[in-house]
Design a binder for this molecule. Sequence first.
Ligand SMILES: [Zn+2]
Length: 326
Amino acid sequence: MNIPVFDAHCDTILEAKAHGCGLRRNSLHVDLERGGLFAPYAQIFAIFTRPWPENVDWKNIDYSKDWPAEVLVPRCDELLKYMLSEFDKNADILTHCKSSDDAETAAKDGKVAAFIAIEGAELVGCDLKRLEAACGRGVRFINLCWNFDNALCGAANGPTKSGLTRQGADYVKRMQELGVAVDLSHASERTFWDVAEITKRPIIAGHSNSKAVCDNARNLTDEQFKALVSLHGVAGINLCPDFLNESSDAGINDIMRHIEHFLALGGEKAVCLGGDLDGIDCPPKGVAGIEDYGKIYNAMLGRNYSEDLVRDIFYNNLFDVLERVL
Ligand SMILES: [Zn+2]
């Protein structure tokens, strides 16, 4: 397919490990063979973990207290080892990338460009030593928090909606010195503004939609999105039905509404893909997995967007940010 895809967020590694099915070919939302149909295909694979039982009811989770670091850190470490072993196993079709140059080389070689993210700095203990160690092992993106407040900041779904702590400000500074991208999806609005004030580099919200289109705590206000535009960052369009449409019958038209709203705010260079695939129970109608990004691409062309603009959203915008961040 002559369609480029660079997706800023999937949770496939947790699912692949849980099901023992690996990354190459599976029945999850994302695998390397289906993603590899796009040319080029780059993917940020997130590490996410919480020790909940299977079939947890997400709506009833109490976000007021998180699991302790002694539980989360070893689990994250296990997942990182699994991720790296999957990357090794599939080295004939995948390159573990740490920079935009690496992604360019992978594209030339016809390979999947794979980056590693950690979804929630608490998974690496919120401390600088572990941050440096994670960076040394090839992690290039960290969400400051997930749905729980942590030592660095308040979360969008946390109880306090507080901002960046002093420890959080030091952490952001060190991330940017190391060339690790700061991802503010899941952060509270106050955290977002606190980071926007001190950041030395573009910031990203790798899987967050528009709050004006769908009023959900995880989505970005127009002011936040405009700040991303002026900081030369990006927001990744999340395919979670609850973040697309308040009545939960989301389809490709709703994806278009978020993209169109962001474009109306001057986001031609600030919108990218951030599907949250394998992190959501069920994608919107018409989308079964990564293979259906082609449908969204064609839906945009069908609305008379120029192919250049669609290719920017599908690939170039995120790539350009990485060039300035990593
Ligand atoms: Zn997430």
